[in-house]
Design a protein around this ligand. Sequence first.
Ligand code: NDP
Length: 241
Amino acid sequence: MSTEAHTPRSVLITGGNRGIGLAIAKAFAANGDKVAVTYRTPTDLPEGILGVQADVTDEGSIDRAFSEVEAAHGPIEVLVANAGITKDTLLLRMSEDDFTSVLDTNLTGAFRVIKRASKGMIRLRKGRVILISSVSGLYGAPGQINYSASKAGLVGLARSFTRELGGRGITANVVAPGFIKTDMTAELPEETQKDYLSRVPAGRFAEPEEVADVVRWIASDEAGYISGAVIPVDGGLGMGH
Ligand code: NDP
């Protein structure tokens, strides 16, 4: 991983006040970049990270948050669409609202933020978009029809985006984590956690920093010719998918 000095970039991570998003924010800040995160719930952030309030289901709040970051740090050059939710239950018990609300946050939310970010990136003639998907998106997971559909959708989004904007110095990639130790997975029943663990070839769950380092690398100069790719960070859980 390159630790060479570089011109600080304006980086924005959605849902960066905790979990994987916060680890990603810290990784870019350690790299010398100008880092902003969106939050819904006000949280104490580490020094040097700018917090802006936004709900990715609300286009107006996204626009306001982007304008705030642009005023403080300049046009956004690296966007990490990380905000996500689960509403797990089996198909027959899943309401239409359980389905559409997860899609609205995880997939349409990513659409809203990449659309807003792309305007500045086109003007800059460079940019990096990283979409945080999940092993569930391609491997599937019982009880996650809504979540898996939303995370699979991010692959199509990144690939169409790459075909539209790849010629303008902008890349878009998908990072697909497996089981990472955050609030999201802490909520899962112990039995479900044991079942996942038994299927992870690495024999352990990962820390958020292990995802963050890969995201930072995908946004580095070294990874400039990677676009439309799906990069798993899952200890081998989703191999081949
Ligand atoms: P957490 O539940 O710890 O954090 C989720 C983050 O998303 C929070 O910052 C939350 O903000 C934000 N968020 C949720 N809904 C919205 C919304 N409508 N608008 C703005 N922000 C929102 O999750 P993780 O850190 O574990 O997950 C981060 C991403 O990684 C998600 O996309 C998740 O699907 C994905 N992922 C996680 C895995 C894991 O094992 N943990 C595995 C694979 C993928 P707030 O604090 O305000 O609620």
